[in-house]
Design a protein around this ligand. Structure first.
Ligand code: ATP
Ligand code: MG
Length: 344
């Protein structure tokens, strides 16, 4: 298996305009503050965290839509930092994005055929190929060919997201950054779109970064999951490990908020105290300490490093991983064998 994307110590700081803030605090907002991960070709990394934690900024940095303050992005074995001209053009073809709000990202005055054709025209695909491709794309995303001359407002939310997906796939990208692609959809439609994206991943050998607010959405589709808090990754692991044995109190809290489908495994809801601090003025030491039930003096003073906390390579940034794990086993015991059997 090969690594398609590597992100090393990515930082993106935005200058703050407010002069009052300038005088009292550092003059930058650290939207992304030292994020590292890699994604294997054909796999999905789920990127999860509350609003404003920097998920989209990570995605936009990878797409070269914003210039990182520091760090390296290596795509297909090459740093993309210096990409210009033809190389950048090729990169734009290889990396695509699917947005949260399909209505806002589709031009209301263009038919779906025009919109899906557009990137193919820009990249000079011959007309005959474009027509064949359009037909195939509409087919694979589950839209009817006879609807190709309709406008976005004539479709439902789920259908519009299918159009967005077809457009993203028109240039046969390698990497697709899915920025909350189902957050605006009804739950029943969410599952359909996620299933579709999984099928397309297999058919087109796609690699995904799948961004979402909550852990329930990314569970099914992800191979790896990274949990972000105020610009940093606080926990990252292979998907089953993260859901079965979270090692960071923030991940535990996010997981406890997911409604439980298994009646034998009732979880205790962990309510985080306090509001999400502003990324313009984050807490000292561990940024999570203001809301953490495990907080001790060291958390205010010392920033915990993201380090390996299990033999399987799970990473967590917390001074009290052992205590967090103890609570997890005490409050959320795994169902015993008999219960598992009755559940089938
Ligand atoms: N162009 C910009 N200029 C200034 N600040 C920005 C800019 N883009 C993002 N930010 C700030 O950076 C932080 C991270 O934003 P980002 O959009 O990456 O978060 P997010 O995790 O995607 O949030 P959401 O879940 O709401 O989409 C936020 O505080 C945001 O206000
Ligand atoms: Mg976002």
């Amino acid at each position: 298996m090969s690594t398609l994307l590597e992100v090393n110590n990515l930082k993106k700081y935005f200058p703050l305009k407010n002069s009052q803030l300038l005088s009292r605090h550092k003059s930058v907002l650290k939207a992304v503050d030292g994020v590292s991960f890699s994604v294997q070709a054909g796999k999905t990394l789920g990127l999860v965290g509350e609003s404003g934690c920097g998920k989209s900024t990570v995605g936009r940095s990878i797409l070269k839509l914003v210039k990182p303050t520091a760090g390296k992005i290596i795509f297909n074995g090459e740093s993309i930092e210096s990409y210009r001209g033809e190389k950048l053009r090729k990169l734009r073809k290889d990396m695509q994005i699917i947005f949260q709000d399909p209505y806002a990202s589709l031009n209301p005055r263009r038919t779906i055929a025009q919109m899906i054709n557009e990137p193919m025209k820009i990249f000079n695909l011959p007309k005959a190929n474009r027509e064949k491709k359009l037909k195939h794309l509409l087919d694979v995303v589950g839209l009817q060919l006879e609807h190709k001359d309709r406008y976005p407002h004539e479709f439902s939310g789920g259908q519009r997201q299918r159009i967005g997906i077809a457009r993203a796939l028109a240039l046969e990208p390698k990497l697709v950054i899915c920025d909350e692609p189902v957050s605006a959809l009804d739950v029943s439609i969410q599952a359909q779109i996620i299933n579709l994206m999984e099928d397309l991943q297999a058919e087109f050998e796609l690699t995904y970064i799948f961004i979402a607010h909550d852990l329930s959405v990314v569970h099914h589709i992800s191979d790896q999951v990274a949990v972000m808090y105020l610009g940093e990754i606080v926990e990252m692991a292979e998907v089953n490990e993260l859901y079965e044995s979270p090692k960071h109190p923030y991940t535990q809290a996010l997981l406890s908020a997911i409604p439980e489908v298994n009646p034998h495994q009732k979880k205790q809801r962990i309510i985080l105290k306090g509001d999400l601090p502003s990324p313009a003025n984050p807490p000292s030491g561990c940024k999570f300490h203001t809301r953490c039930p495990f907080k001790e003096e060291i958390c205010i003073r010392e920033k915990p490093v993201l380090k390996q906390v299990s033999t399987e390579g799970q990473l967590a940034a917390c001074h009290f991983v052992k205590e967090v794990m103890r609570r997890e086993t005490e409050t959320n015991p795994k169902p015993d064998k008999k219960q598992k059997e009755t559940l089938g």
